[in-house]
Ligand binder design. Structure first.
Ligand code: PAF
Length: 282
């Protein structure tokens, strides 16, 4: 496996794979790799001949009060995991390579980022579109794989690929969970023992609401309010727990048949922000 930190070499590598008529799947990550990432690598391997991974903690997608400095960085460890998974190449660039000098252009998002994480984290998805555009243009993969845990990210990237004509097929990998249901996340490392015990409560709440909605519950708002109260009583601070349309990522109170919805939640345990979601197809 090659670990590459410059643009020319990763381009040469991908071109040489393509010259050998190999299809290339790309999995962008911010490192601190866990089973969730590894499941995306394996999914990518099912869809392409070779897989390229990027490891880069993108400063543009962190707000001024967010955890950019604390975000776990474990490059050596991550490279060993990639090697073990049979990854063809890892692109691990520096900040100066990704953002050389002043960035005079940015990407504006008109819709799809008003609610969920976009509503709570101004500039978050603009930062993601910026880096994913750069990475797509550098790597030039046939396929790119992202996780369902960041479902709004997936939906916005889907729109970006469509509107900006990236010739890349996007694939979404399912959420990987610990035995008690907690969605795997690099940020779970911030939880202390007590918080870690509470953490799966978010998924349990979402599961309960999803079941009720699928069984035809009418008053979704009331159902959500009850769950939020219960979560708060357990010690969660709620950012949002709500039902959203998949297409527009906008709140929905009366889910109808033949539609796709996201039941999503973001909560804090102490300083740690946890997100999770369930896709509901009615
Ligand atoms: O999902 C992530 O880890 C990041 O948002 C991504 C796609 C690697 C962009 O920095």
């Amino acid at each position: 496996m090659e670990a590459i930190d410059n643009i020319d070499d990763i381009r040469t590598k991908v071109r040489s794979l393509k010259k050998q008529e190999k299809s290339v799947a790309f999995v962008p990550t911010m490192g601190a790799l866990h089973e969730g990432h590894l499941s995306l690598f394996r999914l990518a391997q099912q869809h392409a001949d070779e897989v390229v991974v990027s490891i880069y903690v993108n400063p543009e997608q962190f707000g001024p009060d967010e955890d950019f400095d604390e975000y776990p960085r474990e490059l050596e460890n991550d490279l060993a995991k990639c090697e073990e998974e049979g990854i063809a190449a890892v692109f691990a660039p520096s900040d100066t390579l990704m953002y050389p000098g002043e960035q005079l252009l940015s990407i504006h998002i008109d819709e799809l980022n008003k609610y969920m994480d976009g509503g709570s984290r101004p500039g978050f998805f603009e930062g993601i579109l910026l880096i994913v555009n750069k990475l797509f243009n550098i790597i030039g993969p046939d396929i790119a794989v992202f996780g369902q845990k960041d479902i709004q990210q997936f939906r916005i990237l889907q729109q970006m690929v469509k509107e900006f004509n990236h010739d890349i097929e996007l694939i979404m990998g399912p959420i990987q969970r610990a035995n008690d249901g907690l969605a795997l996340s690099s940020r779970n490392a911030y939880l202390d023992d007590q918080q870690r015990k509470l953490a799966p409560g978010l998924y349990r709440s979402l599961q309960y609401v999803a079941k009720q909605i699928k069984e035809g519950a009418q008053n979704v708002e009331l159902l959500l309010d009850h769950q939020k109260d219960e979560l708060q009583a357990k010690g969660f601070k709620i950012d949002y727990v709500n039902l959203f349309s998949f297409e527009k990522v906008a709140p929905v109170t009366d889910p109808k048949g033949n539609n796709k919805y996201i039941l999503g939640g973001a909560v804090y345990l102490g300083e740690t922000r946890l997100i999770d979601n369930i896709i509901i197809e009615k």
